[in-house]
Design a protein around this ligand. Structure first.
Ligand code: UDX
Ligand code: ADP
Length: 462
């Protein structure tokens, strides 16, 4: 039986998270001729995918899910049955940074991937195409191929890499109209055949010249490198923000000026309290680990500095707050506006707000957190110190009686608040620390606020 033929029709995705869920919803919506099943061991996640209250907040996603759910898109916990039925299996299980043993703090924890691979081998009764859809260090596909193909059932698994480049908050638009789709495969006849089957899926809605192919290792490495380059731009501009604060320059003016050089480009040059998200730090640390494992110390140190600069940016945001507020925040109420790692998501993985809040708690501030989507995740992130923080969905209530507001996420609604009303309800002198440079600083200053932003001169009344 040849189920990895070009007309394979049953697609399965293992792992219904931020990557697997939205990607499969888009494939199902755009390709009604395929049956797409998404499975996860987490039953509550699956029931949320089957409801109108999706497990992740992503603008526009519910519409895409509803287009296909029940027609050719199914969410289930029956992993084994789904594996048996599938021709093509996307694996989108989590690959967090290892917290134990060799490579702890840098290498990817591959236990979920390996367990999944072993289950695929155990359950399968026919050939399958396996597509790596989560970030993994280079050469993992080769290891997976060895595990999968070391079976005595005569079944052949072709392992491909199809890295995901969507960004949270804009996932639907990114998937609908991607800059490129990258598929890595082996150059063997079986590899090329499997590659064709995956290209055929995306070609249903992505222009053919945007679907690019490479060898498996290049595809895996490209994902790490794309994220490392993007994060590097943010750390680069953040390093300049420190210099701007000490001098007469304004980092937004510098960003605009350099970004108009078409060789540099204008995106990803917004200075901030620091980058977060599940990918940037993890992928750079992976790159560092890979470089180290080949003895490439200079390469490792070069990329590691991107993460170190980000840590510095998060730390100095809080130390600036403390020194500005007369060297103590103990017992002062501080309202943290935004806990998500960026706007338009409820995701808080590696969010700079986590570090900001933890540092403020250490300094014994009375922290109040507000966020339109991320408070449930904030409760998990701060599980060890929930008695020391308050969480309120209403930003006006959060700011009431506060000495300072710290903007940690660039939610549009924070630009539109009645800051005069907020000012009147706060302790004086009232401070705003705009960690995202999103507010109208001059206007706030004229209202009476002392305004501190990233990479710009402070506006203060004393
Ligand atoms: C990123 C990549 O963009 C995406 O291609 C990949 O698939 C996954 O990782 P994501 O983490 O969802 O996506 O968000 P992204 O928009 O890249 O933002 C990451 C972090 O950088 C956020 O904390 C954001 O606020 C911050 N950022 C972004 C800045 O501080 N300044 C900028 O100019 C841009
Ligand atoms: P990502 O951002 O990479 O999508 P997530 O953590 O959001 O990561 O999603 C990964 C999903 O994979 C989780 O919902 C987790 O329960 C699921 N998962 C992990 N291991 C397995 C497994 N062996 N079988 C099925 N699902 C799994």
């Amino acid at each position: 039986m040849e189920s990895n033929a070009k007309n394979a029709r049953n697609i399965l995705c293992i792992g219904a998270g931020y990557v697997g869920g939205p990607t499969m919803a888009m494939i199902a919506a755009r390709c009604p001729q395929y049956k797409v099943t998404v499975v996860d061991i987490n039953a509550s996640r699956i029931s949320a995918w089957n409801s109108d209250n999706l497990p992740i907040y992503e603008p526009g996603l519910l519409g895409v899910v509803k287009e296909a759910r029940g027609r050719n898109l199914f969410f289930s916990t029956d992993v084994e049955a789904a594996i048996k039925e599938a021709d093509i299996i996307f694996v989108s299980v989590n690959t967090p940074t290892k917290t134990f043993g060799g490579g702890a703090g840098k290498a990817a924890d591959l236990q979920y991937w390996e367990k999944t691979a072993r289950m695929i081998v155990r359950v399968s009764t026919a050939d399958k195409i396996i597509v790596e859809k989560s970030t993994l260090p280079v050469r993992t596909a080769a290891a997976m191929s060895r595990i999968l193909n070391a079976n005595d059932k005569g079944i052949r698994f072709e392992v491909l890499s199809n890295p995901e480049f969507l960004a949270e908050g804009t996932a639907v638009a990114d998937m609908q109209n991607p800059d490129r789709v990258l598929i890595g495969a082996q150059g063997t006849p079986a590899g090329i055949k499997a590659l064709d089957a995956i290209v055929e899926i995306y070609a249903n809605w992505v222009e053919r010249d945007k679907i690019i192919t490479s060898n498996v290792w290049s595809a895996e490495l490209s994902k790490l490198v794309a994220n490392a380059f993007l994060a590097q731009r943010i750390s680069s501009i953040n390093s300049i923000s420190v210099l701007c604060e000490k001098t007469e320059a304004d980092v937004a003016e510098v960003s605009r000026a350099i970004g108009m050089d078409s060789r540099i480009g204008s995106r990803f040059l917004s200075s901030s309290v620091g980058f977060g998200g599940s990918c940037f730090q993890k992928d750079i640390l992976n790159l560092v680990y890979i470089a180290e494992s080949y003895g490439l110390d200079e390469v490792a140190r070069y990329w590691e500095s991107v993460v170190l600069m980000n840590n510095y940016q998060k730390r100095r945001f809080v130390s600036n707050m403390i020194s500005t507020m007369f060297n103590t925040v103990a017992d002062k109420r501080i309202a943290v506006f935004g806990f998500a790692f960026k706007a338009d998501t409820g995701d808080t993985r590696e969010s700079p707000a986590i570090d900001v809040v933890k540092q403020l708690i250490e300094e014994r501030a009375r922290v109040v957190i507000t966020d339109p989507e991320a408070l449930d995740n904030a409760k998990i992130d701060l599980a060890g110190c929930l008695d020391k923080v308050e969480m309120l969905s209403d930003p006006y209530a959060a700011a009431q009686g506060a000495h300072a507001i710290a903007i940690c996420t660039e939610w549009q609604q924070y630009r539109e608040l009645d800051y005069k009303k907020i000012f009147d309800s706060m302790e004086k002198p009232a401070f705003i620390f705009d960690g995202r440079n999103v507010l109208d600083h001059k206007k706030l200053f004229d209202m009476g606020f002392n305004v501190f932003s990233i990479g710009k001169p402070a506006l203060k009344h004393f």
